[in-house]
Design a protein around this ligand. Structure first.
Ligand code: F6P
Length: 535
């Protein structure tokens, strides 16, 4: 049996190593070892990863690799790729990586072929809405894993959008999301995708019902309106048909694809193929598959998702830095932090191990971020001079998506201007600047990694998707937790159902029965339904 994470031999050694590294400043580590950048970086044909500004040495990495071995990381990764039911609490396999196999198994290929044919028919105008107008607006209704990954990819790949196509994501049950995002849309050229693994998620079902009414109104209750303007991505065929969606317009996936890991399934395939064209979506899968193979075959210390997960564990469990900032120097990656937040925090925000025993070390991490340079004018103050240390991940590209501006002896273009910041910020964090005026003193010694890719393309966006997924998974494997369930989101849903019951009863009878409610909730509910704040 595998030892628990914090009773491994390496854990104790790493604790000592952490005490030891605290005696050094990154300035000193760079001066003492001129080969540090070379020794602590990774270069492949698709990325360059530099972790020389992390508070580690080669020896730390070797110890972290030992820890991974003690926690049997390799056999856990193999078990995942082999389809073993590693999601033990739900009795499920975890096979999202199979979705981007170069030769996908027949069930996967069948859905991809369906997406390909369907997207070609929509984009060519052979399949139209009830009035014969070509579709140009795609509205994707879904929340959490049924939105964030595809939204990250769509935002990253705007320059690859098919001419005239517009992709809109509606997630929040707040009517503002639906109202604002459908304002000005013509129902005649709008195709609505309901994306829900379970087809029961309250927010999605509410938005789906509102979308149905909106569409029927706009199309004068045309008898074929739902059939021609609604499609679904789900694992629940019966519920999709009960909603009225033509079974021919349903794109399936399977219980072995977790919500937050579902971007490579029809959840991402359908909206993205309609927006970017199928060939661009196929490139996303290729980029993800390239990273999958790198993940499966590279030694741990030369393996991007494993190395970055090991550094996270070092920062969280040994240095006590439990928050991470994700700072992409690319506007297109604006939605990557939100997607990463779900992947990391829903997967690894757990307090018990895989067999249900309580854990006495931190798991999970708080992830937040904004594209550079915007964050620099907002929260970077705390990262540079605050009392908390926040390890940062910088992501940058050699080439821009848009060539704007002049690059000459007197000025740099937009992209190089952006990259001056990508270069400067990690240095400011690591090396700081001493000043006798303490308010202006930069202590430095603040860790970061820099990931550089060639250009933000469908391929590299797919690579980053798989990096994000495997990085979180590796941490879960090493901590000994189940990263693939999410029972922590359930209680709030159950209590919400009870609130809805009280509201319906009040609507029907005019009586608010607050029996059994605690005083705080009772007061809030009364203000919302009866008293109001400003009657
Ligand atoms: O409430 C959390 C959650 O279950 C996520 O795990 C999931 O991504 C999201 O809700 C949406 O679920 P579904 O795709 O079933 O609507």
């Amino acid at each position: 049996m595998t030892a628990g994470f914090n009773s491994t031999d390496s854990f104790k050694k790493l604790k000592n190593a952490a005490e030891n590294i605290k005696q050094f400043h990154l300035r000193q580590l760079f001066v003492e070892n001129p080969n540090r950048a070379e020794q602590l970086s990774l270069k492949t044909e698709h990325f360059y990863f530099d972790c020389s500004r992390q508070l580690v040495t080669k020896e730390t990495i070797a110890l972290l690799v030992k820890l991974a071995n003690e926690m049997e990381l390799k056999s856990k990764i193999d078990a995942m790729f082999n389809g073993e039911k590693i999601n033990a609490t739900e009795g499920r396999s975890v096979l999202h990586a199979a979705l981007r196999d170069a030769n996908p198994r027949p069930v996967i290929k069948e859905v991809l072929d369906h997406v390909k044919t369907f997207s070609k028919e929509i984009l060519s105008g052979t399949k139209t809405g009830v009035t014969g107008k070509k579709f140009k607006n795609i509205v994707s209704i879904g929340i959490g894993g049924s939105c964030l990954g595809p939204e990250y990819l769509a935002t990253a790949l705007r320059p690859y959008a098919q001419p005239g196509m517009n992709l809109i994501f509606i997630a929040n049950v707040d009517g503002a999301d639906f109202t604002e995002k459908t304002a000005g849309l013509d129902t005649a050229d709008t195709l609505i995708i309901i994306v829900s693994k379970t087809f029961t998620t309250a927010e999605t079902m509410k938005n789906a019902a509102t979308a149905k009414a909106w569409l029927l109104k706009g199309l004068n209750n045309h008898p074929e309106a739902i059939k021609k303007h609604f499609v679904a991505v789900s694992t629940a065929a019966d519920k999709v048909s009960a909603f009225g969606i033509d079974p021919a317009n349903m794109f399936g996936f399977w219980d072995w694809v977790g919500g937050r890991f579902s971007s490579s399934s029809a959840v991402g395939a359908l909206p993205l193929a309609l927006y970017l064209g199928y060939d661009n979506f196929a490139q996303i899968l290729q980029g993800a598959n390239w990273l999958d193979r790198h993940f499966q075959s590279s030694p741990f210390e030369n393996n991007l998702p494993i190395l970055s997960a090991l550094l996270d564990i070092w920062n969280i469990n040994f240095l006590g830095y439990e928050t991470r900032a994700l700072l992409p120097y690319a506007q297109g990656l604006a939605k990557l932090p939100a997607h990463t937040q779900q992947v990391e925090m829903e997967s690894n925000g757990k307090s018990v191990d895989i067999s249900g025993q309580p854990l006495y070390f931190p798991t999970g991490e708080i992830v937040f971020g904004e594209p550079g340079t915007n964050g620099q004018h907002s929260f970077y103050q705390l990262i540079h001079q605050g009392t908390q240390i926040i390890p940062c991940d910088f992501i940058g590209f050699v080439k821009p998506q848009y060539e704007i501006g002049v690059n000459s002896a007197t000025e740099v273009n937009h992209h190089l201007e952006l990259m001056t910041n990508f270069l400067a910020q990690p240095d400011a964090l690591a090396f700081g600047k001493e000043d006798s005026n303490k308010a202006k003193n930069f202590p430095g010694n603040r860790p970061s990694s820099s990931l550089l890719l060639d250009k933000l393309t469908p391929f590299s966006a797919g690579l980053l998707l798989a990096w994000t997924e495997h990085r979180a998974t590796v941490k879960g494997f090493i901590w000994g937790i189940n990263s693939f369930d999410q029972f922590g989101v359930e209680l709030g849903k159950v209590l919400g159902v009870e609130q809805r019951r009280l509201m319906l009863e009040f609507n029907a009878t005019g009586i608010l029965n607050t029996q059994g409610l605690n005083a705080s909730t009772e007061q809030l509910l009364k203000l919302i339904l009866i008293d109001n704040l400003n009657p």
